[in-house]
Design a protein around this ligand. Structure first.
Ligand SMILES: [Mg+2]
Length: 398
C-alpha cells in the first residue's frame, strides 16, 4: 500500500524554561514511521502553531511523505503570498520531519543522504558574556576549559540594556557607549586570553550603519574569527563600503527570511559566513541549496544555533555541518538536563565539537509525555519582546 501522511501534529514544550519550543511530528500510514522537525519561532509561537494546524495539516494529509521537494514547493505556493518567519517555520517543521522520515526509510543518518561526512564533528563556538571585562574573560576561560576553541564575547554597557551581555538596565540602548566599550573589551581579551583562541562578536544590527563600519575598522586589529550582523537587513547596501575599508570577516543573515536575500551578498563576495536560522527560511531543503550556492563563492556556513532553536533544529544544523564542504562554524547551546530528557538523541558536545549519533534520520526524537511536563510559560507578551528604546524614548532595533 502506498505510504501517505496521515497526520501532522504540533508538540509545544519549554524544557529550557523560557523558550517556547515548537516541534512538528509528521505521522504516516506505516505504523511507527514518523518524522520530527523544528518550527520554533519563540516571539510569534502561537501564529506558527495555527499555520501548521489550520493550513499545512489539511493541505498535506494524504500526500506521499517521500516527495520532499514536491511537498515543499506545493506548500510554499499554496498561500500564494509566501515567505516570512511564521509560514517558513511552519514549513520547516514539516520539511525537516520529511527528511527525518527519508532517513528512517533508508536506515541511514541524514548526513549520509547529504553525501556523507566531510568531517568527524562540528566545531562549535560558545557564548562568553558578563558585566565586566574580567567576567567575560572568566566566562571565556570556562569554555576553554571545556575544550572550546571559538568564543563569542559580549559585554554589558554600564547603564544600558545590551544584547547577550547579561547586563541590566531599563530596556534603554544607545549606540555610542557600546561602540566605545567593545574595542576595549577585545583589547582586554587579547591581552588576557591565549592568542590561539578564536574570538567572535555580534553587533546584532543595532547601530547606525556608518558606526558599524567604524567599529569593524576598530576591531580589525584583534583578528576576530567573524563579526556578526553589522547591519540590519534593510541596510545591506552598506556592505560594499564596509568591504572596501576592512578585511574583518563578516557573518550575516540570521534575520533573513527569504533565501534570495543572500544572493547578492554572496555573489558579490560581501560576506564570509552565512548565519541562516534554518527554520526561519523554511527548513533543510532550502538550507541545503543555500549552502551549495555559498560554496561556489567561498562563503562558509554558520547556522544560527541559540536556545531558541529546538534540539531537533540543532540536530538538523548538525547533519548539514557534517556533510557540506564549506562548513565554517556552528553556534552552540548547552542544553539542560530537561531538554535532553524531552529530546532523546540530542547531539552531544565534547571537546568543543558537536557529535552526531548514527541513528537513522535526524537521530533525535521527542518524548511527548515528558514534553508535556514542561508547558509553555505564561508570558504577558506571549514570547514577544518588550520595546527597546533610545534614551530620548525612540524605539530602537532589538
Ligand atoms: Mg546573532
Amino acid at each position: 500500500m502506498a505510504l501517505t501522511i496521515t497526520n501532522i501534529r504540533v508538540i509545544k514544550t519549554a524544557p529550557q524554561g523560557n523558550q517556547q519550543l515548537i516541534v512538528v511530528k509528521v505521522e504516516t500510514s506505516d505504523p511507527g514511521l514518523y518524522g520530527v522537525g523544528c518550527a520554533t519561532f519563540t516571539q510569534r509561537a502561537a501564529a506558527v502553531v495555527t499555520a501548521i494546524e489550520e493550513f499545512l495539516r489539511p493541505f498535506l494529509v494524504g500526500w506521499d511523505p517521500q516527495r520532499i521537494e514536491d511537498i515543499y514547493q506545493a506548500a510554499l505556493t499554496s498561500s500564494y503570498w509566501h515567505s516570512g518567519p511564521v509560514l517558513n517555520n511552519a514549513l520547516s517543521g514539516v520539511d525537516e520531519a520529511l527528511w527525518d522520515i527519508k532517513g528512517k526509510l533508508a536506515n541511514l543518518p541524514l548526513y549520509q543522504l547529504f553525501g556523507g561526512k566531510s568531517r568527524e564533528a562540528a566545531d562549535l563556538y560558545g557564548h562568553a558574556s558578563g558585566e565586566t571585562f574580567e567576567a567575560v574573560a572568566e566566562s571565556a576561560r570556562w569554555l576553554l576549559d571545556q575544550g572550546f576553541r571559538h568564543v563569542r564575547a559580549q559585554v554589558a554597557v554600564p547603564g544600558y540594556a545590551t544584547y547577550g551581555s547579561r547586563g541590566g538596565g531599563d530596556r534603554v540602548w544607545e549606540p555610542a557607549p557600546y561602540c566605545r566599550v567593545v574595542p576595549r573589551l577585545f583589547e582586554y581579551l587579547r591581552t588576557h586570553l591565549p592568542e590561539e583562541l578564536e574570538l567572535l562578536h555580534d553587533i546584532h544590527q543595532r547601530i547606525p550603519p556608518i558606526s558599524a563600519i567604524g567599529l569593524a575598522k576598530d576591531l580589525e586589529q584583534f583578528k576576530l574569527f567573524f563579526l556578526e550582523d553589522p547591519f540590519a537587513p534593510e541596510d545591506n547596501d552598506y556592505f560594499p563600503m564596509l568591504r572596501a575599508q576592512s578585511a574583518i570577516p563578516i557573518a550575516m543573515g540570521e534575520l533573513f527570511v527569504n533565501p534570495h536575500e543572500y544572493v547578492p551578498l554572496v555573489r558579490d563576495r560581501l560576506i564570509d559566513f552565512m548565519r541562516v536560522h534554518i527554520s526561519d527560511i523554511g527548513g533543510l531543503s532550502v538550507a541545503r541549496k543555500l549552502a551549495a550556492y555559498c560554496e561556489f563563492f567561498g562563503v562558509r556556513t554558520a547556522w544560527h544555533g541559540p536556545a531558541d532553536v529546538s534540539p531537533v533544529g540543532h540536530a538538523a544544523n548538525l547533519h548539514l555541518d557534517l556533510a557540506v564542504h564549506n562548513f565554517g562554524i556552528q553556534e552552540c547551546t548547552i542544553f539542560n538536563d530537561a531538554n535532553r530528557e524531552v529530546f532523546p538523541g540530542t547531539p552531544e558536545i565534547r571537546d568543543g565539537y558537536l557529535w552526531a549519533n548514527d541513528r537513522p534520520g535526524l537521530g533525535i526524537d521527542v518524548d511527548e509525555a515528558k514534553a508535556g511536563r514542561y508547558p509553555w510559560p505564561d508570558q504577558p507578551l506571549r514570547g514577544g519582546w518588550a520595546p527597546l528604546r533610545r534614551a530620548d524614548g525612540t524605539i530602537s532595533r532589538q
